[in-house]
Design a protein around this ligand. Structure first.
Ligand SMILES: NC(=O)C1=CN([C@@H]2O[C@H](COP(=O)(O)OP(=O)(O)OC[C@H]3O[C@@H](n4cnc5c(N)ncnc54)[C@H](OP(=O)(O)O)[C@@H]3O)[C@@H](O)[C@H]2O)C=CC1
Ligand SMILES: C[C@H](O)[C@@H]1OC(=O)[C@H](O)[C@@H]1O
Length: 254
């Protein structure tokens, strides 16, 4: 059963990792897909090709989500190509691991701008278009288990993920009257470019694996199903919710 037949789905940060898996998952469920990305032209083009090979339409729009204009441009390009916006998956993010006491100001500011400001303006631009269309929509933001727990080298990052989680709660209230649902997914540790260097430390990787009751770290594809579900009408009465997708890591105290 295809859950997103006839829908237009926008995904930010979809050249690699979780965003890419979400974009391809949406296409497998019958959606046309617009992807945003920042730098990786080759991977973005291959994501488009993969979606087209599934028989769906796709465009890639390059742009830095930290710039509010990127959100307006992304939505405009998607509407030009596909006529509407049904789903926004706000996923783009960075996590430059760094110690707290000597954290450079520019690393903090950049992380806040990409992860939180970027999500804010993308969600707002999609919602403006959905309200104009008048038939509701679904917004899924990629927050993190890190919205709920801390990280020694993520003091600039975890507040942005808590912020994205909170943004979905407030926009669920602001947009409910327009039939727009807003939810977040909270991935645990998923093997992607964002943590390749961090998890090259075998001791750390083994520790993270041992903390996970399901016995393995996540793959980007583990997020595709939960994101497609929340995007779809199967979740028609779900809004303001946060879905942990972490193999059980969060509940594993001892
Ligand atoms: N991996 C994990 O363990 C977890 C990840 N997350 C969250 O998942 C999201 C995706 O991360 P993940 O897939 O792991 O990492 P990746 O590094 O694989 O993917 C990040 C994506 O975001 C894009 N991106 C980065 N900066 C910008 C920007 N300024 N403007 C537009 N696009 C940008 C990248 O594009 P390009 O390649 O072109 O730069 C890429 O497509 C992030 O929000 C992250 O916080 C949450 C919990 C766990
Ligand atoms: C990048 C990290 O490995 C990853 O990001 C998150 O949000 C998770 O909590 C992991 O720490």
């Amino acid at each position: 059963m295809k859950l997103l037949e006839g829908k237009t789905v926008l995904v930010t940060g979809a050249s690699t990792g979780i965003g890419r898996a979400a974009a391809i998952g949406a296409a497998q469920h019958g959606a046309d897909v617009a992807i945003n990305y920042a730098n990786s032209d080759g991977p973005a083009a291959s994501c488009v090709a993969e979606i087209e090979a599934l028989g769906q339409r796709a465009i890639a729009v390059k742009g830095d989500v930290a710039d509010p204009q990127t959100a307006q441009d992304f939505v405009t390009r998607a509407v030009d190509a596909f006529g509407k916006v049904d789903v926004m998956v706000s996923n783009a993010g960075i996590c430059p691991f760094h110690a707290f006491l000597d954290m450079p100001v520019d690393v903090v500011e950049r992380t806040f701008k990409v992860n939180l400001h970027g999500a804010y303006f993308m969600v707002q631009a999609a919602a403006q278009q959905m309200v104009k269309q008048g038939h509701g929509g679904s917004i899924v933001a990629v927050s993190s288990i890190s919205a709920l727990v801390g990280g020694e080298f993520q003091t600039h990052y975890t507040p942005t993920k808590a912020g994205v989680h909170s943004l979905m709660q407030s926009t669920a209230i602001a947009l409910g009257k327009h039939g727009i649902r807003c939810n977040s997914v909270l991935p645990g540790t998923i093997l992607t470019e964002i943590n390749k260097d961090d998890l090259a430390d075998v001791e750390k990787r083994t520790y993270m694996e041992r903390r996970t009751p399901l016995g393995r770290l996540g793959a980007p594809e583990d997020l595709a199903g939960p994101i497609v579900f929340l995007a779809s009408d199967m979740a028609a009465y779900v809004t303001g919710a946060a879905l942990l997708v972490d193999g059980g890591m969060y509940v594993n105290l001892q």
